[in-house]
Design a binder for this molecule. Sequence first.
Ligand SMILES: Cc1cc2nc3c(=O)[nH]c(=O)nc-3n(C[C@H](O)[C@H](O)[C@H](O)COP(=O)(O)O)c2cc1C
Length: 379
Amino acid sequence: MGETNQKSGSPQQQQQPLLTPYKMGNFSLSHRVVLAPLTRMRSYGHIAQPQAVLYYSQRTSPGGLLISEATGVSDTSIGYPNVPGIWTKEQIEGWKPIVNAVHEKGGIFFCQIWHSGRVSDYCFQPNGQAPISCTDKPVGGEFQIDGTKAPAYPAPRRLATEEIKQVVNDFAVAARNAMEAGFDGVEIHGANGYIIDQFLKDQVNDRTDHYGGTMENRCRFAFEVVEAVAKEIGADRVGLRLSPFADYNDCPDSNPEALGLYMAQELNKYGILYCHVIEPRMITQFEAHDTHNSVLPMRKAFKGTFMVAGGYTQRDGNEVVGNGGADLVAFGRWFLANPDLPRRFELNAKLNKYDRSTFYTHDPVVGYTDYPFLEAADK
Ligand SMILES: Cc1cc2nc3c(=O)[nH]c(=O)nc-3n(C[C@H](O)[C@H](O)[C@H](O)COP(=O)(O)O)c2cc1C
């Protein structure tokens, strides 16, 4: 600490668009380097654990925005081992010290609220029942989240029309619980092939009621969730994450440009704080590829804060903010491996490499809170 070029407003900081302040609704961000939501599977019993206090506070900077890992909204929402939830009192209590630690360091913390839908298994469901979805078609393919080959997911149970409002309500209750835990807002997880994305995408949603078929119908569930959550905690505390172009978890759409644009346009009706979109170049979950697709039409259509993620480096992060393509950039793997990422950008410092083999392991320290800070890495 103590170098002159770390002070806010220093010439070096002003040169980098990523390090300029930004007013996101009522929140004053001191820079635009956001911690992307990252599932870390260290929440034993689906309760956020004390080790997350250190993990998140390591990644906090004054005026920096953090988005939590995907956090289950109900007992049917869970799809992986040791991921946190926010539907019980104990889970809310588990989050409190973590949120406090982020606030003590001046961070702004949003909880990503999530339902896995059909990307789940009997063992995660109450009474060993089938996971729920908009469809009864199982996820195809053999690969699971950590890249290991595993048996295919079980066939889900198709939700009856009248059951859908219960799931919508689960998101609203989770949002209220997130407020009780002290979070500043929530990000609704509408991306990556989980339940909202399952409803959105025409290659998965095969419903014949008013939640399936036309684009308007497929988007209905997402908007009902947005509306219910916004009503519960205020639209100025709500973000939505989308990945129209991605087909993770076997969840593609035949016309992602149209879907993304429609979502971005219609979202304006709800006045939510931000829209967070995964770049089309992330065709596979962890690799960037060349593509002619762009999120720019969504950026232009959406009137609130626009956040992008997916394969960003310091250089193209600065570019996209500098050329107005986005207001904020969420960094996943680089932030995972570099707890002091904004400061490293400020100093144009070298980055720690990330270790994929410990992304999803359950150790409370290894691959979690043991990535070195700059001072330590330099020694
Ligand atoms: C270990 C790991 C866990 C992730 N967990 C989540 C998650 O919980 N919710 C989510 O929306 N995206 C999740 N993602 C996707 C990231 O938020 C991000 O979109 C992705 O890593 C691409 O950004 P990057 O190139 O900066 O890493 C995860 C990614 C990784 C590597």
